[in-house]
Design a protein around this ligand. Sequence first.
Ligand code: NAD
Length: 475
Amino acid sequence: MDYLSDLHIDGTWRAGAGGATFPVLDPSDGSELARFAIATEADCLAAVEAADAAFDGWAATPPRVRGEVLRRAYEILTEEREIFAEIIVRENGKAFSDALGEADYAKEFFRWFSEEAVRIGGDFRLSPSGDKRIVVTRQPIGVSVLVTPWNFPAAMATRKIAPALAAGCTTVLKPARETPLTAAYIVGALERAGAPRGVVNLVTPVPTGPAVAAMIAHPAVRKLSFTGSTEVGRVLLHEAADTVVSASMELGGNAPFLVLEGADVDLAVEGALVAKMRNGGSACTAANRFYVHDSLHDEFAEKLAVALGRFTVGPGIDRANTLGALVSLEERDKVADLVTTAVAEGATVILGGERIGGGAFYPATVLVDVEHGSTINQTEIFGPVSALVRFSTVDEAVRMANDTIYGLIGYVFGREDEALRVALRVDAGMVAVNRGVLSDPAAPFGGTKQSGLGREGSSEGILEYLEEKYIGLAP
Ligand code: NAD
């Protein structure tokens, strides 16, 4: 397969100023897929300046025309669904079915925000004293720097680019080093869809930190939207503070999955398979801590282990495999080390638990006898490991679910009325009741506590890229 592997700056695909490249690896066997251009700091600043130069023109482009560019990009990604998914599989390692799911989810942000571009509202009213008309209009915030992770290399990029472009902002995308090929493909699709030069730029600096800091400090940059770990998010929030850049943060998670007394165990297992195994467990939304009522614990554990035991592990490119590789050997080793530590802290392995040779593979694993507060319980696992904790009262379950610095998502399985009451008590931006998947471009995605600031998708998503302006008029 031919990959786009250059920077995209001011409408031109080109090498970095230093001429250097870095390898992009297939995590299923470690082979080199491509060499991607390294952006120097000067390249990154050139991208910001190109976005700045394009800003006035794009902001003044009629919303319908902006929406049509996004709509065409959606159509291109729909026609090329298989190619799109294959690029994701090759560099990320996930199973083909997961990649197709991501490709479908990712392109929906282009369709959704093509429709939102023409619905940017405002307000017009008389002040309470009657001395003036209050006019409130919404304008694009400005040049936006978008930094994305490797686990959903397509969807995390389109979830930012689409609302930014719909709002009239111009962008610089900085994808993760592990997965730049998917990002370049999406930028290429937008170019083919008619995005004018400078509206979408792509840079891949190595090392990342100083170049991103330089972009944030550039006076033209007014927005930073980041998806990634809480650790890096904190660093970027400090950097954004120096120039008071508006920052949206989609950070880490540590999702609780509660199985309440009276829950339908088969439905809970079905939900767990998606909540845990979507993307091989490398998801910020992945169920990380299973809290299961004493009365259902053994049945749930047994049925979950049987269902997970059916996953076939191997290269994602082979469509028969339902569990692909983790993104790198380092990530695989992190997961393996967490399981070793869990066992040392008293957990029992009832499925999996051993590294598999070859690429970055790790099998579906189930641990029981896990303690609330243990290392695996308080760490984002990011792999196919289910760690089960018992509870006996709802209050205890809610207390443990909320006992974390994270608040992205929770899952509650139980009798509908009780599950809803518990969902309202879970401190998270999103709660799934009796279902294993929630993400939807039409719904607000985001977290509380250290899982983030702001929301993506839905009608809220575009507001992150708009600034309100109040104009007072004579009455
Ligand atoms: P990461 O934080 O290591 O990297 C994310 C991005 O930040 C990458 O592009 C990386 O190159 C860049 N980066 C790293 N250090 C930087 C620095 N000092 N300055 C600027 N940029 C820097 O995260 P990751 O390992 O790629 O992704 C996994 C994490 O992302 C998990 O914690 C996961 O929960 C989180 N995530 C969150 C969401 C969400 O919507 N809340 C979605 C997907 C992933």
